[in-house]
Design a protein around this ligand. Structure first.
Ligand SMILES: CC(=O)SCCNC(=O)CCNC(=O)[C@H](O)C(C)(C)COP(=O)(O)OP(=O)(O)OC[C@H]1O[C@@H](n2cnc3c(N)ncnc32)[C@H](O)[C@@H]1OP(=O)(O)O
Ligand SMILES: CC(C)C(=O)C(=O)O
Length: 551
């Protein structure tokens, strides 16, 4: 890299708009979305999609809710031509969906494009030509008049040729390519004349699409350009103002959002940001950003993983695990403090349904993600994550001190493996550690009877070293009575420091789970846990589990 990059690169200076209004605006409704996955996305793939793949993708776009879909460049490739024919002749286009196709401003290409669309109910014919200085000078070896002539002549051809196919309800879209780096008053001059030729009405608007073919500077620069066009174009009421941001600087989403605030009505982009070079603007992120602000995007990503899988298969390109809203890891907290906050947030979800979970901008369930996606436990995790997973996986609601105790066991295993622990493995470890703590005292049965004034007598049978024992004790309740029976048997005080229980399951299958913190004279306390369909049995088994763990 250069020490003095200014000798090679210069700052792009956009339009001067000191009275810009867009910073005061907010996005309050969904724009018209146009998916160009099958055109701009497709033209950027290593292996372009086959007809079958395009059809699969098209159907998914329809399911998601796109009403405008650019399906190809039919004058460029036979696959695209045949695909357009298949859509029309196979009746694959719902009445409320309009297909769009792209063409250069060349007579024979427009002719073939119109041919491809014959018999369609509605169609958008999209013509582009570059206006920007580098293109004029380097690519076309012409001047402003030369590129303007291409735009105007092309528009006249579109008008003439589409008139030959009156069965189609035509919409014309014109893109001054590389709008982002073209002198703005020159773009206006060309667009105004294009509009004059086409003669749109408020009922049959023209789409003027202003592409950031290459992103030039910070997204505010693009917003200024869009607001300038929005304010200065003639016949604005007959124009759908569209944007087509690319992502060269990694700020296409921001540019698109600011463009909406600046007056754009429509956004062209691709799912997950596929497209030329660094991609087109990512429509999934844009839509979900709106959703997270309480604005319905009118696109359905309720099963975002299914959409992602299909797009990965069709594009033969992976979606990054940290891709906003859709990446495999984007709802996942591994670290202790994040897990703690998420667990607490999930627990207090307010009755009015408002989402207030720290670290998570949206509810993962809204896009079809389960609890597994939210918290995963490795050596960076703490008790919050462990407790969350156990509750989700096994319905176990560990008391706080037990969370601390058990998370040390999990930490030891994770440190030794260096790996993540799955929820299923955690349940297994918990059961081994607590429910299976049956040595030396292996519970067999118990009976409980009331004695005296509110006193209880318990009789416990257990196996110890292959012999069966029966012991008895009394107390204010069954747990105290059982502790007293064990104290007598062991000749050591068995103390119950804490007791928790809750039900798991439903109906006939409901069970009680007990967590008892036990202390044996001269030892630190520990927990014992057990479950049983009988709550008293669960408590006595939990007490034995604790004593066994201490012994
Ligand atoms: C920013 C975008 O994404 S634009 C869309 C880009 N997508 C594609 O290009 C994919 C499909 N394209 C193709 O398959 C081919 O480009 C075709 C079949 C359309 C045309 O191929 P070719 O005839 O070989 O021309 P090629 O694409 O190389 O274009 C170069 C010629 O077209 C002219 N041209 C390029 N774009 C345009 C345009 N929008 N309008 C008018 N003429 C144009 C160039 O000036 C050049 O002319 P020259 O040969 O006289 O120098
Ligand atoms: C054809 C136009 C809209 C385009 O793809 C671009 O400028 O990026």
């Amino acid at each position: 890299m250069l020490t003095h990059p200014q000798t090679k690169y210069q700052r792009f200076i956009g339009v001067s708009l000191p009275d810009r209004q867009w910073p005061n605006n907010a996005i309050t409704q969904a724009p018209v979305w146009m998916s160009t996955d099958l055109r701009d996305g497709n033209q950027a793939l290593i292996d372009p999609m086959s007809i079958e793949t395009k059809l699969r993708f098209f159907k998914k776009l329809v399911d998601i809710g796109f009403k405008q879909i650019e399906v190809g460049f039919p004058s460029a490739s036979d696959i695209d031509f045949q695909f357009v024919r298949l859509l029309i002749e196979g009746n694959h286009i719902p009445d409320d969906v309009t297909i769009e196709v792209l063409t250069q401003a060349r007579y024979e290409l427009i002719e073939r494009t119109v041919e491809s669309l014959r018999g369609a109910k509605n169609a958008i014919l999209h013509m582009y030509n570059p206006l920007a200085p580098d293109f004029r000078e380097i690519v076309y070896n012409t001047d402003k008049a030369g590129v303007k002539n291409i735009a105007l002549t092309g528009t006249r051809w579109v008008k003439e040729l589409t008139a030959n196919a009156p069965e189609v309800n035509w919409t014309y879209q014109y893109s001054p390519e590389v709008f982002s780096s073209t002198e703005i008053d020159f773009v206006k001059e060309v667009v105004v004349e294009v509009v004059d030729i086409w003669q749109p009405t408020t009922d049959n608007k023209i789409i003027i699409n202003l592409p950031a073919t290459v992103e030039m500077n910070t997204p505010n620069t693009y917003a200024d350009q869009i607001e300038w066009m929005h304010r200065n174009l003639n016949q604005r009421e007959c124009i759908v103002l569209s944007v087509h941001p690319h992502n060269d600087r990694g700020t296409a989403v921001a540019a698109a959002e600011l463009a909406l605030m600046a007056g754009a009505d429509r956004i062209e982009g691709c799912l997950f940001g596929n497209g030329e070079r660094t991609g087109n603007v990512d429509i999934v992120t844009l839509a979900m950003n709106m959703y997270s602000q309480g604005v319905s995007p009118q696109l359905d990503f309720s099963d975002i993983d299914q959409v992602r899988k299909l797009v990965e298969e069709c594009n033969q390109l992976p979606v990054h695990p940290r891709h906003p809203y859709a990446g495999e890891l984007v709802y996942t907290a591994f670290s202790g403090s994040h897990q703690d906050a998420i667990k607490k947030g999930m627990a207090v979800q307010s009755k009015d349904g408002r989402w207030r979970v720290p670290y998570l901008p949206i509810d993962p369930a809204d896009v079809g993600r389960g609890f597994e996606a939210v918290v995963r436990v490795n050596s960076q995790s703490g008790k919050g994550g462990v407790a969350f997973l156990l509750e989700q996986e096994a319905n176990l609601q560990l008391p706080r001190k037990l969370q601390i105790e058990f998370s040390r066991t999990v930490q030891r295993e994770n440190d030794s493996t260096g790996k993540e622990m799955s929820a299923a493995r955690m349940k297994e470890v918990f059961e081994q550690e607590y429910f299976d703590a049956t040595i030396p005292f292996a519970y067999s049965s118990s009976t409980i009877t009331s004695v005296g004034k509110a006193g209880q007598q318990v009789n416990i049978q257990f196996a110890l070293n292959n012999e069966v024992y029966s012991i008895e004790g009394t107390g204010n309740g069954p747990v105290e009575a059982a502790a007293n029976a064990l104290s007598t048997f062991l000749n050591k005080k068995v103390e119950v420091a804490d007791y928790h229980e809750h039900a798991i399951g439903e109906g006939a299958g409901v069970k009680a789970v007990c967590y008892i913190e036990v202390k044996l004279q001269g030892t630190e306390s520990t927990f014992g846990c057990a479950s049983d369909s009988n709550i008293i049995t669960a408590a006595i088994k939990a007490l034995l589990s604790g004593v066994n763990r201490l012994m």
